[in-house]
Design a binder for this molecule. Structure first.
Ligand code: ZN
Length: 410
């Protein structure tokens, strides 16, 4: 490895250089992966990896000698950030939404994230057309960074489904994509990126991890992320670990029963949060309010939000009430998991304070007051990464976790 100064290192080689399972090798890879996800000081690396500062210090010293990592010049020993040396390699994150596809890609040695969105998906067919579309987007991004398929070291794949933490298979999906999600998702990219580990999880779980790693939730102890778009999902990051539950359903707030006599939901139950605040439902409410009037009606949630920003009173009210319903649902979740931070993301998160203020107010009204009166009260913030929270979280999660024969389970 000492010749690394002359020849550009390859991330794939570096990560498999010491593939033995000794504690020392495992710790080395854990620190190296954490540095690849995000340059950090040794104190931060110790917190992120759960290793002692002495262990991190030893690992960083060795990797620095081998030319694999570099340490920034900075004020004081603890202010020095550790980063990977220039090397070939790319990490990929994919988010498959109900009706869109987003791919994020990053060079291992560069913090800049490139991303591309796919066209609206043709869903409900058993041919997984979206896999080919994802490959096209990834290859485009690789080309723009001067890399090729063989440089990809990891792929995180976020799906609109509950993913079994032990088997990595879809346990339930309440979208038109059901047919597309049968089988073993970890194998779908094998033909295009042979040997590259694919880590699969629910897309809201990855979005929560994205905000925890790169966004507004950096280093939150218990983070609850709500993704409100076409559907409503949530992810929990507890002590840096994504909490999935036994069957992968943890955080399915969209199907909390809000009204036992309400509308039937697409999941088959009645009165779920989604029957009140899903994107299509909100658009429908606006259309009903304006029925018979000569008004240009919004067709999408994005269109509705745009009109609310232009002070359309119906659109403003619909978003306010959506915020209130979400706040009430979240208060119930808060009383169970007691987060320090609630992040509002997805398309409704893009509406910012039009929704957040009202969600926060109803959450505060219904949560146990001790959570608010504490010196570190629970707070509600808007997502910092926006629609990239999911793909960036998928990228970070797959890169930071050592691939195993079975997907890592909680
Ligand atoms: Zn439901």
């Amino acid at each position: 490895m000492t010749s690394g100064r002359r020849r550009l290192l390859e991330a794939r080689t570096v990560l498999s250089a010491s593939s033995d399972s000794s504690v020392r090798a495992l710790n080395t890879r854990r620190v190296l992966r954490a540095v690849m996800v995000l340059p950090a000081t040794q104190v931060q690396l110790a917190r992120r990896t759960g290793l002692s500062q002495a262990t991190v210090s030893g690992v960083v010293g060795r990797l620095q000698q081998e030319g694999v990592v570099e340490v920034d010049e900075g004020e004081g020993e603890r202010g020095k950030r550790v980063r990977v040396a220039p090397m070939r390699g790319a990490a990929v994150g994919i988010e498959v939404g109900h009706d869109r596809l987003i791919v994020a890609l990053r060079r291992i040695d560069n913090e800049e994230v490139l991303h591309q969105g796919g066209n609206r998906l043709v869903v409900g067919r058993d041919d997984r057309a979206w896999v080919g579309e994802a490959v096209r987007l990834i290859d485009d991004l690789l080309e723009s960074t001067g890399m090729v398929a063989a440089d990809v070291v990891s792929i995180g794949l976020g799906l609109p489904a509950a993913v079994d933490p032990r088997r990595g298979r879809v346990n339930q999906s309440v979208t038109a994509m059901k047919e597309d999600l049968r089988g073993n998702p970890a194998t779908w990219f094998e033909e295009h990126y042979p040997g590259v580990p694919v880590v699969v999880d629910n897309e809201a779980n990855f979005a929560a991890y994205g905000e925890y790693t790169y966004g507004v939730g950096r280093d939150a102890e218990v983070l609850l992320f709500v993704k409100a778009s076409t559907g409503i999902g949530a992810g929990l990051v507890i002590g840096g670990t994504v909490f999935r539950g036994r069957h992968g359903f943890a955080g399915e707030v969209g199907h909390l029963t809000m009204d036992p006599n309400g509308l039937v939901c697409r999941c088959g139950n009645r009165g779920c949060l989604e029957t009140l605040v899903s994107g299509p439902r909100l658009v429908e409410e606006v259309r009903q309010a304006y029925r018979g009037h000569r008004v240009d009606l919004p067709m999408t949630l994005a269109g509705l939000i745009e009109r609310a920003r232009a002070h359309d009173p119906v659109c403003v009210r619909v978003l306010q009430d959506a915020g209130r319903n979400i706040g009430l649902a979240l208060a119930r979740v808060c009383n169970i998991v007691n987060p320090d931070l609630v992040v509002l993301g997805g398309e409704l998160g893009e509406a910012g304070d039009l929704v957040r203020k009202h969600a926060a107010r109803d959450l505060e009204r219904n949560v146990l007051t001790g959570m608010l009166e504490h010196e570190h009260p629970v707070v509600v913030r808007v997502s910092e990464l926006g629609l990239l929270a999911g793909p960036r979280g998928a990228l970070a999660f797959a890169l930071s976790n050592e691939p195993t024969a079975q997907p890592s389970s909680f």
